[in-house]
Design a binder for this molecule. Structure first.
Ligand code: E4P
Length: 210
């Protein structure tokens, strides 16, 4: 059960890495665009900052260009770059070609059928978008549950993405997600509870008045 940071920001990556228990980082084109930097440069920095895997999403417009982009990204750090490939029939073929040599995650999954196809193509991970699925289809955790069912008997793992709150994260885990990827602010909020703070304050006060 791994926890990934969902960000392309190097400061976020440093902060998450310093926690000492994140599994790696997932990026996407929107997150990389926010940095204002070249995608492969950002990837090169992230693999230096974190110890774990860094997921890089292919964005080139044609299949041939995405294939080249895949090898270029992989070449940056072959042991720790995982390719994220948006799920389309064309990209399933791309993953079938790449998956023998490079770990691939099929991303932007919105149906169990897409997850089934990702297994057939040889993907290592499937990435359903929980919050978006709740917003657009009604039940993000239900999507994760159905995907988990479809994956039974395979070694493909679910990384639940598009997580906006601790409750949503835990709903995804309870629905069967193997891993989570979340923005830094959600990761930082997960370990906090106002009653824990209150209890800590009570202990401190009783120590002071003893
Ligand atoms: C997944 O890896 C994506 O980067 C991400 O979680 C999408 O989340 P969003 O719905 O907040 O854009």
């Amino acid at each position: 059960m791994g926890l990934y940071l969902d960000s392309a920001d190097v400061d976020d990556a440093r902060t998450a890495q310093e926690l000492g228990f994140i599994e790696g980082v997932t990026t996407n084109p929107a997150l990389i665009a926010r940095t204002g930097r070249a995608p492969l440069e950002v990837l090169a920095d992230l693999v230096e900052i974190v110890d774990g895997n860094v997921f890089y999403q292919l964005t080139s417009p044609t299949l041939e260009q995405r294939l080249d982009e895949a090898w270029e990204a992989y070449g940056i750090r072959p042991d720790r770059v995982v390719l994220k490939v948006p799920t389309t029939t064309e990209n399933l073929s791309l993953v079938a070609e790449l998956a023998h040599d490079i770990e691939c995650a099929m991303t932007a999954i919105f149906s169990p059928a897409q997850a089934y196809m990702a297994v057939q193509a040889g993907a290592r991970y499937v990435i359903p978008y929980v919050s978006r699925a709740t917003r657009l289809l009604g039940d993000g955790p239900g999507l994760v549950r159905a995907i988990r069912d479809v994956l039974s008997g395979s070694e493909v793992e679910i990384i639940a993405a598009s997580i906006e709150s601790p409750d949503e994260a835990i709903d995804a885990v309870r629905a069967g997600a193997h891993h989570l990827t979340m923005p830094l602010q959600v990761i930082m909020a997960m370990g906090e509870h106002e009653l824990s703070q209150q209890t800590i304050a009570e202990f401190a006060a009783s120590w002071e008045t003893k």
